[in-house]
Write a protein that binds this ligand. Structure first.
Ligand SMILES: Nc1ncnc2c1ncn2[C@@H]1O[C@H](COP(=O)(O)OP(=O)(O)OP(=O)(O)O)[C@@H](O)[C@H]1O
Ligand SMILES: CC(=O)N[C@H]1[C@@H]2OC[C@@H](O2)[C@@H](O)[C@@H]1O[C@H](C)C(=O)O
Length: 406
């Protein structure tokens, strides 16, 4: 038997596993790295977060990823560049992990598994592309090859989680429903777990004991992606509008907002997914041209975009829960730090109670990386994750491809 397989067999049978989870999202701000211990599996999973760090991407990394990200700035991507970027990102992520482990004084041999999301460079759900050769097909692409991570760190690595979801009929995202369901379902309340990343998404969790097949997750539209792109276009040295200061000085432009909201994505049935391919510079530019607001001040544009992100969330919630959803909402992701976004959400969902996932014992900025550690834990030690009868595009699957270190 392959000794690595014997090691994996041993890891799978342990009462707990020490797992590193990696996530680098659409904001390209850096690689989120968590080191956690996961006890058990399935609904009995218990999390102990040992360490968390965001290793920032420097400008050179961002430049390289942007060459292909969402189709590249020109809409033309070099196949050679894409091919070269895939192992390069895997090595970069491996070196970032090794740096973190050194700082945390943990040997790679003391870690059981590495769960790597990779860098999404293109997301193509069927509703978002019209390619005549592939009509009706869902696809998504994450770079940062798992073999590079396994060989360089010596840790058995699971990666490329989204392809199984697509193979089983999903759009490859959001996968948050699985981890949220296992870690955060509660007998006491129905919950909305709202992640405000580059793209905003939420998971709905009914009370445990209620019909669990009602649980699902969906993207709701832009979170920070358009805000960040607008800030960058005006202030090339700024990554984002810190604490929403610029947006807070602006006024929502109602005609621009109405035009942005006319995009059919917002009225499409849930669950649905999207990405910066749709909610990018062209979408905003066309809406500004249509409304004659090309000269609008950046503060007003940002105020309008924050309102758009909040309205995307509110409309999605209203689609499922009626005009006045009254739910416990737990926020995570970078947008949870933006007071303008938070205030707009509270205004549009006045009957909801808001807190961050801190209140549930989950560090908001670490949540997505934790979710991939949970997926790896299930793939190795659990069963295909089954949420109720698997309705609402959350097929019962185990996700992640295994890379051996040797
Ligand atoms: N203090 C802050 N004020 C305003 N915005 C902030 C603040 N901190 C973070 N952000 C926003 O959060 C973004 C990073 O969010 P996050 O790391 O959750 O995104 P991501 O994981 O890349 O996205 P996704 O979940 O879509 O993959 C930043 O680019 C910025 O827009
Ligand atoms: C294709 C892709 O990478 N999607 C991300 C992105 O970032 C937020 C939102 O869009 C969500 O759909 C997803 O990530 C989270 C972790 C998810 O799958 O649940």
């Amino acid at each position: 038997m392959n000794p690595a397989l014997a090691r994996l067999y041993h890891i799978a049978r342990q009462p707990s596993r020490r797992i590193i989870g990696l996530m680098s999202g659409t904001s390209l701000d850096g690689l989120d790295v968590v080191l956690c211990r996961l006890y058990g599996h399935g609904p009995d999973t218990r999390l102990e977060l040992e360490q968390f760090a965001t290793v920032p991407y420097d400008e050179d990394v961002r430049r390289r990823v942007r060459q292909v990200f969402a189709g590249g700035q020109t809409g033309q991507v070099s196949l050679e560049y894409l091919t070269l970027l895939n192992p390069w990102l895997g090595r970069l992520h491996a070196d970032m992990v090794l740096d973190c482990l050194r700082q945390w004084q943990v040997e790679p041999s003391e870690v059981d598994l590495l769960a790597s999301h990779g860098q999404t460079v293109y997301h193509a759900p069927a509703h978002q592309h019209q390619h005549p050769d592939f009509l009706g097909q869902n696809a998504t692409l994450q770079l940062g090859d798992g073999d590079q991570l396994a060989v360089r760190t010596g840790i058995i690595t699971l990666s490329d989680f989204r392809q199984k979801h697509i193979a089983a009929g999903g759009e490859g995202a959001p996968l948050a429903a699985y981890g949220d369901y296992l870690l955060l379902s509660s007998a006491g309340e129905e919950r909305l777990l709202l992640n405000l990343g580059g793209i905003a998404n939420f998971t709905y969790l009914p009370r445990t004991g209620q019909d669990s097949s009602m649980a699902f997750s969906t993207d709701t539209g832009p979170g920070n992606t358009l805000l960040d792109a607008t800030v960058r276009a005006h202030y090339p040295t700024l990554a984002y509008d810190e604490d929403g200061r610029l947006a807070a000085a602006g006024t929502v432009h109602s005609a621009l907002l109405a035009t942005l909201l006319e995009h059919p994505f917002f009225a499409a049935p849930l669950p649905k997914t999207t990405g910066p391919e749709l909610f990018g510079a062209t979408y905003l530019r066309q809406a500004q041209e249509y409304t004659g607001t090309q000269a609008l001040g950046i503060e007003d544009v940002l105020a309008t975009l924050a309102e758009l992100s909040a309205l995307g969330v509110a409309r999605a919630a209203q689609q499922v829960f009626g005009a006045q959803p009254a739910l416990a909402v737990y926020t995570s992701g970078g947008g949870a730090h933006n007071p303008v976004l938070r205030a707009a959400l509270a205004r549009h969902l006045p009957a909801c109670r808001f807190a961050t996932t801190d209140a549930l014992g989950i560090l908001p900025d670490a949540k997505e990386a934790i979710l991939f550690a949970v997926l790896a834990n299930e793939a190795v030690a659990g069963q295909p994750i089954s949420i109720g009868a698997g309705r609402q595009r959350v097929p019962a699957v185990s996700m992640g491809k295994i890379s051996w270190p040797t």
